[in-house]
Every structure is written in structure tokens, then in C-alpha cells.
Design a protein around this ligand. Structure first.
Ligand code: NAD
Length: 426
């Protein structure tokens, strides 16, 4: 058992805190948001994430998980402190370290003697030095331990990680951080801080590249009459390629890929390398938002002015409530700018949620969103949409055009119900 403090209780910090408590450590989590701290202390999870509620209640009941306001209150007894605060995109595309610096300034004087401070936030190469500089505590060792969890399966990813990466100059500190994960026996890679920080950016950039590649092949499939779903099954059999992460879609998004890709472009430039490949990956993604918007325009009869578009799905992917950098929002903004009225439904989003376009109407259910619609667009792969009967949609929606941005719906069933269904790459 190790005494831990977690600074920041968002998607990463909360998952880290409840999972380490589940593994038997003594955990104090801190956030600057007093309302969030009060809700978490009552056992209420403020985000949608499978199993987080169960492990939160377990930790509160066992008594080895607590929530406090402000980092200084959390760290006084902690042997190891995890920084899990945001690192948003700065104005020039690089990662903005101001939250990390602010958190370090808050905790510097309260840290226990010889504590270890861990960067779990995604931070550019050299950030362990930034943390050391702000802390000004020669007794404290700084370690990098990037997080690879996926929203929607964060708890399972944390408790069954593909690997744990620890970057350290002080090997004993690195081993102490790696030992926190002993019970789950993950593959552990201990490396220098710069390599650990680069691994995180390289992994996200590679995944974004894979998705842009699939969407580019999808565009070719449309031109040559091939079916991208079959093409991806066909290439996925090749073990060198692998079958995961080969699904076409309306473009990639989420809180990490966009900002981390741009941050890596910046890191590359500073390192003297123009990363044209990654710039192309980002450009292909922006084009994909335009391509899907065009499909909806064509489905609406060639113009979006005065048309009503129903959208199913707002989050950047299914099984999360996260709207940050969601492709659905990027496409809806384009539809509204072109004169369309948009009504949307998402199982996890209500009208009060921050981050929604101002002119968007939110419907409380999927059928409510299609009333009066000329076109239906599916933009998030929620399983719920798959099971809605096309006949029910036909009865409520005047239009007969569907753009399936996730290749989610059963093409044959929808065509039988009288719909023209356009997917991605087929
Ligand atoms: N979300 C993901 O899927 C994911 C995955 C891997 C890595 N990351 C990285 O992890 C970091 C955190 O991401 P997130 O999605 O959890 O962010 P988030 O916005 O969900 O949560 C951040 C939390 O930190 C709190 N906070 C900010 N400043 C604070 C301070 N000084 N003291 C205490 N709390 C403070 C905020 O109130 C918020 O609750 C980022 O660097 C991100 O790139 C995110």
C-alpha cells in the first residue's frame, strides 16, 4: 500500500484515483472544482464512464479514497503525487502547460520530504524539467507516467493496460511508480523522461494516422466501387497491420487526438523536423468533416438552405459523454453555417451541456429528433441506434435520406423500409 495524491479529477485523474484505491492504495484526490469534489465525496460520478461509479463507491466504503478541494490539502502525506490536470492546445498549437505549472506551484511547499511527483497529463518533451523548475524542491523526484486509457473503457484499460510506461532519471523513483501497478502485472517499460513523453505523442499520432488512412481509402473505395468495410477486414488479417482501429467514420476527434497531433507537429518543428506526414493526417481529417457535410447536402437535394437535418449522436465516440473536439459538432457547425436547421439526439447529452452549438435543438429521444427532418445523419456509433426500427423512422420522418457516418445501420433493412442510405466508403 502506498499513500497517493491525485491532482485533477477529470477523465484521467478520477479513473487513476478510483483504480489505485481498488488496487489497495491509500488515495486522496484533489480538484479545484468544489462542486465536483462534493459530488464525488457523495459517491456521484460527474461523467459517463463504465464501472467508475462502482469503484468510486467501493473506495469510499473501504475508506481508502477521499476527495478534497485544492492540491495542497491532498499532498501532505503522499509518497507519490500524480498530476492529472488539463494540457490544452495553446495558441500556437503547442501544449499549454499553465495548468501543470499552477498545480505544481500550489503543491510545492506542502509536498512531503522526498515525495515523487508524476506527470500523468500528456506533456511535451522536457516537461519533467518544467515541473522541477516550478517545484523548486531538490528532494522531490519527478517521473513521467503517460496515460493511454480510452474514454468509454477507461477503468478496464487502466486495470488491464497494454503497457505501463515510466520515464525517469532516478531509477529508484521510476521503480517505485511502476510498483504501484504490481498487482495487475502489466508489461512495464522504464525509460528516460523524453522517451516516455514521446511514446505518448507518437502513440496518439499513429492512431490518428490509422484513422485518416482508413478514411482516405474509404474515399478511394467510393470512387472505384469497392466496400471499405470489406477492404479493412481484408487488410486487417495481415498481422503487421492488425485488425483494430480500422473503422471508417466522420473523422476523428476527442479531447486528445487533435491537440496532441498539433503539439507533436510543434515538437517536431522545434526538433528541426517538418512532420509533413502528420500535417497530412490532420488535413485528411478536416477534409473528412467536409466530405460528410457534402454527403448530407447531396442527400438533402443539393442545398442545405432551409432544410432540416436530424442528427443521431453528438459525442466524439460511443460510451462517453465527452463532446470535446467531436466530429459531430464540427459537422453540425458546417450544416448550420450552410443554412440547415439541426435537431439532434444523443443518449448522454442534454441541452444544458456545455460545448453545444447555440443554434442546435436537442431532442430528448431519437424519434423526436427526426420529426420534420429531410435527412437523418448518424454521427456517433451508439449501439442504441442500430436497434431502432426503420419503419418507426419512416412513420415519423418526411424525408427518405439517411447518411450513416459510422456504417452502423443495417443497410438492407433501411432500404427495405424505403430509405436511400449513404455510408462511408461503399
Ligand atoms: N481524456 C482522455 O482520454 C485522456 C487520455 C490520456 C491522457 N489524457 C491527458 O490527461 C490530462 C487530463 O485530461 P482529462 O481528460 O482527464 O482532463 P479533464 O478536463 O477531464 O480533467 C481535468 C481536471 O483537472 C482539474 N484541475 C485543473 N487544475 C487543477 C488544479 N490546479 N488542481 C486540481 N485540479 C485541477 C479540473 O477541474 C478538472 O476536473 C491531459 O493532459 C490529457 O491530455 C487524457
Amino acid at each position: 500500500m502506498t499513500r497517493l495524491a491525485i491532482i485533477g479529477t477529470g477523465y484521467v485523474g478520477l479513473t487513476t484515483g478510483v483504480c489505485f484505491a481498488h488496487l489497495g492504495h491509500e488515495v486522496v484526490c484533489a480538484d479545484t472544482d468544489a462542486d465536483k469534489v462534493a459530488r464525488l465525496s457523495r459517491g456521484e460520478v460527474p461523467i459517463v464512464e463504465h464501472r467508475l461509479d462502482e469503484l468510486l463507491v467501493e473506495g469510499l466504503h473501504k475508506g481508502n479514497l477521499r476527495f478534497v478541494v485544492g492540491g495542497a490539502a491532498a499532498v501532505t502525506d503522499a509518497e507519490i503525487v500524480f498530476l492529472c490536470v488539463p494540457t490544452p492546445q495553446g495558441e500556437d498549437g503547442s501544449a499549454d502547460l499553465s495548468y501543470v505549472e499552477a498545480a505544481c506551484a500550489e503543491i510545492a511547499k506542502s509536498l512531503a520530504y522526498e515525495a515523487i511527483v508524476v506527470n500523468k497529463s500528456t506533456v511535451p518533451v522536457g516537461s519533467t524539467r518544467v515541473v522541477e523548475r516550478v517545484l523548486r524542491r531538490p528532494d522531490v523526484r519527478v517521473v513521467s507516467n503517460p496515460e493511454f486509457l480510452r474514454e468509454g473503457s477507461a477503468v478496464d484499460d487502466f486495470l488491464r493496460p497494454d503497457r505501463v510506461v515510466v520515464g525517469c532519471e532516478d531509477r529508484a523513483a521510476g521503480i517505485a511508480v511502476a510498483a504501484l501497478y504490481d498487482e495487475i502485472r502489466p508489461p512495464v517499460l522504464i525509460t528516460d523522461p523524453a522517451s516516455a513523453e514521446t511514446i505518448k505523442y507518437a502513440a496518439n499520432a499513429f492512431l490518428a494516422t490509422k484513422l485518416s488512412f482508413v478514411n482516405a481509402i474509404a474515399a478511394i473505395c467510393e470512387g472505384v466501387g469497392a466496400d471499405v468495410d470489406d477492404v479493412m477486414v481484408g487488410i486487417g488479417y495481415d498481422k503487421r497491420i492488425g485488425s483494430e482501429y480500422l473503422r471508417p467514420g466522420p473523422g476523428w476527434g476527442g479531447s486528445c487526438f487533435g491537440k496532441d497531433s498539433r503539439a507533436l507537429l510543434n515538437i517536431a518543428t522545434e526538433a528541426g523536423y517538418e512532420f509533413d506526414l502528420l500535417a497530412g493526417v490532420i488535413a485528411v481529417n478536416d477534409e473528412q468533416f467536409d466530405r460528410v457535410t457534402d454527403k448530407i447536402r447531396v442527400a438533402a437535394g443539393g442545398s442545405l438552405g432551409g432544410k432540416t437535418v436530424a442528427v443521431w449522436g453528438l459525442t466524439f465516440k460511443a460510451r462517453t459523454d465527452d463532446l470535446r473536439d467531436s466530429p459531430a459538432i464540427a459537422i453540425i457547425n458546417r450544416l448550420i453555417a450552410a443554412g440547415a436547421t439541426v435537431r439532434a439526439f444523443d443518449p448522454t447529452v442534454n441541452a444544458a451541456k456545455p460545448g453545444l452549438p447555440g443554434d442546435l435543438t436537442i431532442s430528448p429521444d431519437a424519434i423526436g429528433a427526426i420529426v420534420g427532418a429531410d435527412v437523418l445523419a448518424v454521427l456517433t456509433e451508439w449501439d442504441d441506434f442500430r436497434w431502432i426500427a426503420p419503419a418507426d423512422v419512416a412513420a415519423a420522418m418526411p424525408g427518405r435520406s439517411v447518411v450513416d457516418g459510422r456504417n452502423l445501420l443495417d443497410r438492407t433493412a433501411w432500404q427495405h423500409a424505403g430509405f436511400t442510405l449513404v455510408g462511408i466508403g461503399r
